[in-house]
Ligand binder design. Structure first.
Ligand SMILES: [Zn+2]
Length: 358
């Protein structure tokens, strides 16, 4: 997830417009509406929050504060002070995060608004599905919602509308435990993503070079650093000032699984095959992350986290099985947008040809 003069996009699917600082930095718009978000929470969780508490929560947990914490840990752990790095957070129709570093303009890290709403919705639905697996109604609703997220939101880059949001909230039916789990994991994923992007800037600052033959090496290294920072924050920021809950320590794996499901859905629905993909597959990244977690340097209680993740994996497998089965039985024709997918693919191919000078 690094964007330099060649504008390569880590997750590789949505080629952005021809590389230009202005387009990246100021492109996109904001669909965020804090007031509306608060109203939604008060409506669906009426007995749990006051408006005041929600506002306090937003002031305490937000992208900017997490960004500052991650920077603090880069200074502490790696002696790297990336003060000049800015944060950009608009809707650019992509769930990718990236760093723009052309060594001329100020470096910035982009976390798309689509990423925020999608990852949160994904966690909510997956955890609810896992918890109420035996309830056929919730099972069906969660499957359909995840399919919608993968198809319309991830593949086509469309922000979920209020109707989808309300459907999800109705499925949750005021389940505060699920909201808590999702929110806690969400922040761990945000910290991981921010740290991964800052790691690219750190490598550049110390002049570390990666060969063109193995561009995936830099991604793995960025993941290692990002996960180290996540685990350090879990271990060191405890008590009343807890930033990341220890039971969320496998949330970065869930994040990899999220991308894996997204690619899987694209393969099953549209037969998309990734050719010439220069970045490692999520499963490979995940197995390297596990190697980090196994390191004895990180010592904390992992039992709740393991339990949460194993429940997650059950529905992750279930989604894959169901998707394939329904596709084979011809039950998914209603959600297929084959023509649009083909159009998109042609556009991407053309842009790739242009950028390769063909
Ligand atoms: Zn990266």
């Amino acid at each position: 997830m690094e964007k330099n003069g060649n504008a390569h996009h880590f997750w590789g699917k949505f080629m952005l417009p021809p590389d230009d600082y202005e387009i990246f930095k100021f492109g996109g718009n904001s669909l965020k509406d804090e007031e509306r978000g608060i109203k939604t929470m008060l409506k669906y969780f009426p007995s749990y929050f006051t408006e005041e508490q929600l506002k306090e929560n937003i002031a305490r947990y937000n992208l900017q504060t997490m960004f500052d914490i991650v920077k603090r840990y880069f200074a502490k752990e790696y002696g790297y002070i990336g003060t000049e790095i800015e944060l950009s957070n608009l809707y650019q129709s992509s769930i990718n995060s990236y760093i723009y570093n052309d060594s001329v303009n100020p470096t910035f890290i982009h976390i798309d608004e689509l990423f925020e709403s999608t990852v949160m919705g994904f966690l909510l639905a997956m955890f609810k599905w896992s918890k109420d697996f035996e309830n056929p109604e919730i099972y069906g609703e969660c499957f359909r919602y995840i399919l919608f997220l993968m198809n319309d939101v991830c593949i086509f880059g469309e922000m979920q509308g209020m109707d989808a949001n309300h459907a999800l909230m109705n499925t949750l039916n005021g389940d505060i435990q699920i909201l808590q789990l999702a929110e806690d994991c969400y922040w761990t994923i945000v910290v991981f993503s921010l740290a991964h992007e800052i790691a690219h800037a750190y490598f550049a600052s110390i002049g570390r070079k990666y060969t063109k033959e193995h561009p995936e090496k830099e991604e793995y290294d960025a993941d290692m650093i990002a996960y180290h920072i996540v685990l350090k924050i879990i271990m060191e920021e405890k008590g009343s000032d807890t930033i990341l809950e220890e039971y969320t320590y496998l949330a970065p794996m869930i994040y990899m699984d999220f991308f894996d499901l997204y690619y899987y859905t694209d393969r099953v629905l549209y037969k998309t095959v990734f050719r010439g993909w220069q970045h490692p597959a999520p499963v490979k990244r995940k197995s390297r992350l596990f190697a980090v977690a196994d390191n004895d340097d990180y010592d904390f209680d992992t039992s709740d986290g393991n339990h949460l993740y194993s429940g997650f994996l059950d529905v992750y497998d279930e989604f894959k099985d169901q998707l394939l089965m329904k596709m084979e039985k011809g039950k998914l024709y209603k959600v297929l947008r084959t023509e649009k997918r083909a159009l998109m693919r042609r556009r991407v191919d053309n842009e790739q040809k242009r950028s390769n000078g063909i």
